[in-house]
Ligand binder design. Structure first.
Ligand SMILES: Cc1cc2nc3c(=O)[nH]c(=O)nc-3n(C[C@H](O)[C@H](O)[C@H](O)COP(=O)(O)OP(=O)(O)OC[C@H]3O[C@@H](n4cnc5c(N)ncnc54)[C@H](O)[C@@H]3O)c2cc1C
Ligand code: FES
Length: 298
């Protein structure tokens, strides 16, 4: 790995004494620079980041990076960009605390530390030849979006594709411009629903009702693979609905969130029953975790 001290910015001075040995340390972040910071909704920001030196690491849809704001801390944030676009990593961050708040305040040109990618990906290869259902609630769309990109970019490899996205209100919609592009596509069934509509909203109103989606009949549950992402309670409900409709449990996948430290299966911080969310997850199969899913902090 090459690091170029000439590329350092005012935010961080790259230590000239770093050796190849220290650079190989998996706990040592690589330096990335913010090239775009866009507010999606008031407390949610999407940043595009590029390596200060070299190429960005390849990643699979569903994986995450550990993002480090120097002097503040490090948190897990999902990839939310297109895995096929090697020019950058894209992350969408909700400000819920110290580190996530600092990430949302980064500006173009700022440098941050990145470790990763880590974890398991969405089963986009296993889904080939099957109908695909992708369901998200709120910011759960961010970790799901790379899988949506992959399936849409390779549309011919999949059966019918159904995408159900739920938000609290029209003001909470992420990636608005993309919706318009996705809406134009005749080869997917896209349903966007909001809990609370205003007068301007012309779409569906109501929770992420998988049953209603199932009734549209645009996929065959027995030949379907489902990817589900959102708050845990909602994911459990959505997965149960899909299972009750006939989607096999072993073809329903979740993305789980647990606080993390090492992200490499060492510290145990992210343990979820027998699973370490950082290395066995974050994408986990429903039948492997359904028995412990109801436990709030395991
Ligand atoms: C695999 C993985 C992927 C993630 N992807 C994303 C992402 O793409 N975008 C994003 O914004 N966040 C994502 N998160 C969540 C993110 O890591 C946390 O929000 C972050 O750790 C909060 O750190 P903080 O220091 O800002 O807040 P803290 O001070 O740690 O927490 C502030 C408050 O937020 C609550 N909180 C902390 N973490 C979460 C959480 N995961 N869900 C709900 N409430 C929480 C805490 O209980 C506390 O009340 C992901 C987490 C994991 C494990
Ligand atoms: S974060 Fe350390 S084991 Fe998962």
């Amino acid at each position: 790995m090459q690091r170029d001290s000439r590329s350092s910015t005012s935010t961080v001075k790259i230590d000239e004494r770093l050796t190849d040995e220290t650079l190989a340390d998996p706990f040592l972040p690589e330096l990335y620079r913010v090239v775009r910071a866009a507010t999606e909704i008031p407390d949610v920001v999407t940043i595009d980041i590029v390596p200060v030196a070299g190429e960005r690491a390849a990643f699979a849809a569903g994986q995450f990076n550990m993002l480090y704001v120097f002097g503040v801390g490090e948190v897990a944030i999902s990839m939310s960009g297109d895995p096929a676009d090697m020019s950058r990593h894209v992350h969408t961050i909700r400000d819920v605390g110290m580190v996530s708040g600092a990430l949302t305040r980064l500006k173009e040109g700022d440098v941050l530390g990145v470790r990763g990618p880590f974890g398991t990906g969405w089963p986009v290869l296993e889904a080939e030849g099957l109908d695909v259902v992708m369901v998200s609630s709120g910011c759960g769309l961010a970790p799901l979006r790379p899988a949506i990109y992959h399936v849409l970019n390779n549309r011919e490899r999949y059966g019918r594709v159904s995408i159900l996205l739920g938000f609290h209100s029209p003001d909470d919609l992420l990636y608005r411009q993309e919706f318009e592009q996705w809406r134009q596509r005749l080869d997917i069934d896209l349903l966007v629903t909001v809990n609370h509509a205003d007068r301007s909203w012309r779409g569906n109103v109501g929770g992420v009702q998988v049953q209603g989606f199932i009734k549209r009949g645009n996929f065959d549950p027995r030949e379907t693979l489902a990817m589900v992402c959102g708050p845990e309670g909602k994911m459990r409900y959505m997965a149960n609905s899909l299972r009750d409709a006939g989607v096999p449990e072993e073809r329903i996948y979740f993305s789980m969130e647990r606080n993390m430290k090492c992200a490499m299966g060492i510290c145990g911080r992210c343990q979820f029953g027998p699973e370490f969310t950082c290395k066995d997850g974050p994408v986990l199969r429903f039948d492997r975790i359904s028995h412990i899913l109801a436990v709030r902090e395991i």
